[in-house]
Design a protein around this ligand. Structure first.
Ligand code: SF4
Length: 414
């Protein structure tokens, strides 16, 4: 892990971005913003999952009108996502939104951008200047679009007809930087500095290169994201590869993982990513589970799934291990506050290094859950402390088979 790059700080309501503030988690509602109750419910669900800031789309006046009702009910600051219509930005500012997301390139007229900037400055509202790979090549002006594409292709030094947009690679990064420089000039000319920058792509390599280059050039805080990452199953990998690489390199002040799925999943995965990188204090249990192998004698996959669901209500960062056997499990569960080692039809449960009970396979889930709840309550009352390193678990004796014989100890495994 590299030291985090120091950036300027902006404030989105009470949440600081940059300047050494903790990396914040953002997400975006998938509701129609004008459906006030649904939008407020989703904002609460996202906040409950750990979102620090939530963005809403405001394509229509009825959406910005809804902000007057949504903002007083929101537990977290709200960002208005504006495209094409500068009036929506003005209305959102008027409604008291905490931040505006703006792409100056898709606002018709420079004077309109200036008006939005002035309105935000008067209210102390920051603006995220976002460029996405898909939108950086001019879309409205055909001649300008042709010139920009030709410039990209000539930079590659290839025959034009052989090159698809997906092959543009580095020149895309350079065009993204060029665009950001153009946009930042507008903000500088307005003496406006509460800016956050984003430069998203669907390609993790472009995301890494673009943010790395931006980080070298500017000291504005960076909003990291992979755009249109896809469904959670693949989008998670795409996003964590890009954002995790940048964060480990000290780059990034706020993150949004985006999936074509329930946005709560975006927040849960962003939280886990930051936990894994040590950039956010864990507030929920951590689950360790063995991958299973030919030694498994219980339905561990179902047990792990069920344990995960049970742990969701616990708000204490206990470390829980679910191990398929006593061969390698104890070593890999070392440090776990609560652990179960499963064997033929039974499981041995340990709590902070002490063996507490042996239960049947049918009782394992409830017994483990009970031990987790008891320990979490003790921690909350100050009667127990969590220690990630000092909990050692002595290998239990191999569990006897149904006929009473002991299985052979096996060296190796997971
Ligand atoms: S050897 Fe490792 S992977 Fe195999 S069942 Fe035991 S703990 Fe799980």
């Amino acid at each position: 892990m590299h030291a985090r790059k120091k950036t300027r700080q902006v404030h989105v309501g009470p949440v600081a971005i940059g300047g050494g503030a903790p990396v914040s988690i953002q997400s975006m509602t998938s509701t129609y913003t004008y459906e006030i109750d649904k939008t407020v419910a989703q904002i609460h669900a996202l906040a409950q999952a750990g979102a620090d800031i939530v963005r809403v789309a405001v394509p229509d006046p009825k959406d910005t009108e809804a902000l007057h009702h949504i903002l007083p009910q929101s537990p977290v600051p709200i960002v208005a996502d504006v495209h094409f219509h500068f009036q929506r930005a003005m209305e959102a500012v008027e409604a008291g939104v905490h931040k505006i997301r703006l792409n100056p390139g898709n606002i018709q007229d420079r004077s309109q951008v200036d008006r939005v900037i002035r309105a935000c400055r008067e209210r102390g509202i920051p603006i995220r200047v976002g460029v996405n790979e898909g939108g950086i090549v001019e879309r409205r002006d055909k001649d300008k679009r042709a010139a920009e594409k030709a410039r990209l292709r000539s930079r590659m030094g290839h025959a034009t007809h052989l090159l698809t947009d997906r092959d543009l690679g580095d020149p895309l990064v350079r065009l993204m930087i060029d665009k950001i420089e153009d946009y930042l000039r507008i903000f500088e000319e307005n003496d406006f500095h509460d800016v956050v920058i984003s430069a998203k792509s669907i390609d993790p390599r472009i995301v890494i290169d673009a943010y790395t280059a931006i980080s070298e050039r500017f000291d504005f805080p960076l909003h990291l994201g992979v755009t249109h990452a896809g469904p959670k199953e693949t989008g998670c990998i795409r996003s964590v590869v890009a954002l995790g690489t940048l964060l480990a390199g000290g780059i990034g002040d706020t993150v949004r993982i985006s999936y074509a799925s329930d946005p709560v999943l975006e927040v849960e995965d962003a939280r886990e990513m930051l936990n894994c990188l040590g950039l956010r204090a864990r507030i929920e249990p951590e689950l360790i589970a063995c991958p299973t192998c030919g030694r498994i004698e219980v339905d561990l996959m179902t047990l792990v799934r069920d344990v995960r669901q049970k742990l969701a209500t616990i708000k204490v960062p206990i470390k829980v291990a679910v191990m398929g056997c006593v061969v390698n499990g104890p070593g890999e569960a070392e440090g776990a506050d609560v652990a179960v080692f499963a064997g033929k039809g039974r499981g041995i449960i340990y709590v902070q290094g002490e063996q507490t009970r042996t239960v049947s396979e049918a009782q394992m889930l409830d017994a483990l859950h009970e031990e987790c709840l008891t320990l979490a309550a003790k921690v909350e009352r100050g009667e127990a402390t969590l220690s990630n390193s000092s909990v050692t678990i002595a290998p239990p004796d191999p569990l006897p088979r149904a006929d009473g014989s002991l299985p052979l100890r096996v060296v190796g495994g997971s």
